[in-house]
Write a protein that binds this ligand. Structure first.
Ligand code: PEP
Length: 249
């Protein structure tokens, strides 16, 4: 039985402008009420201050989409965990497949970013997932286990402080969602790997991400090892995001 508070995190990706962000957040805040699950929005870095201010007291947590693997210094364009903390960031996405794919992020870099976030008191949402080619080659389990293994042993921190998101790359932004059974099967593999590494594995929230929407969220979120969702496209429309939140609570 899964009794953890579910987490629904929206990933705005590189979308939004000042006016659109305000309209979206106001629409969410007007309807969200006292939701029984945790809600976060991962916003582009320039809008962290705006979203921090608009979301204050609303129950919507501010998340970032990336963090530097370095602490500080000559890393032009990078944003440190301490800087994110200055803007009240509670969660940060780490190792999103778009970062792995377009910015050549390695498992080692993802592990370093995870450490930086934890050291700053920010909960990393570590993303893992296989490509279509890997799935078709029967490598799903090997790939996600390798990606998770890279972050499982943390200096001075316990893996139970992390949120893990299973996001099959072939389902992200494609409208092609993993079936609840497919998603649950991978989540069970990840849970077993976490259980072998930590006696607190039951506390770890495992999110599913990949074309989650108002129509499929309830079934996905009903799976025993799915503790929430990481939602891209559907988080940009208040009514869709609110329906997903309602399905989680
Ligand atoms: C994502 O960006 O993490 C994601 C899951 O996107 P989408 O919901 O659009 O597939």
């Amino acid at each position: 039985m899964n009794s953890k508070k579910k987490l629904i995190a929206g990933n705005w990706k590189m979308n939004g402008r000042l006016a659109a962000n305000e309209a979206l957040l106001k629409a969410l805040i007007a309807e969200i009420g006292n939701t029984a699950c945790d809600v976060a929005v991962a916003v582009p870095a320039p809008y962290l201050a705006q979203v921090q201010s608009l979301a204050a007291g609303s129950g919507i947590a501010v998340a970032a989409q990336d963090v530097s693997q370095h602490e500080a210094g000559a890393y032009t364009g990078e944003i440190s965990a301490a800087m994110l903390k200055d803007f009240g960031v509670c969660y940060v996405l780490v190792g999103h497949s778009e970062r792995r794919q377009y910015h050549s992020e390695t498992d080692v870099a993802v592990a370093e970013k995870t450490q930086r976030a934890l050291a700053a008191g920010i909960t990393p949402i570590v993303c893992v997932g296989e490509t279509l080619q890997e799935r078709e080659a029967g490598q799903t389990e090997t790939v996600v286990k390798r990606q998770l293994a890279a972050v499982i042993h943390l200096n001075g921190h316990c893996i139970s402080e992390v949120v893990v998101a299973y996001e099959p790359v072939w389902a992200i932004g494609t409208g092609r969602t993993a079936s609840p059974e497919q998603a649950q099967a991978v989540h069970a593999v990840l849970r077993a790997q976490l259980s072998a590494a930590s006696e607190h594995a039951d506390r770890i929230r495992l999110l599913y991400g990949g074309s989650m929407n108002a129509g499929n969220a309830a079934q996905l979120l009903a799976q025993p090892d799915i503790d929430g969702g990481l939602v891209g496209g559907a988080s940009l429309k208040a009514s869709d995001f609110l329906q997903i939140i309602a399905a989680a609570c």
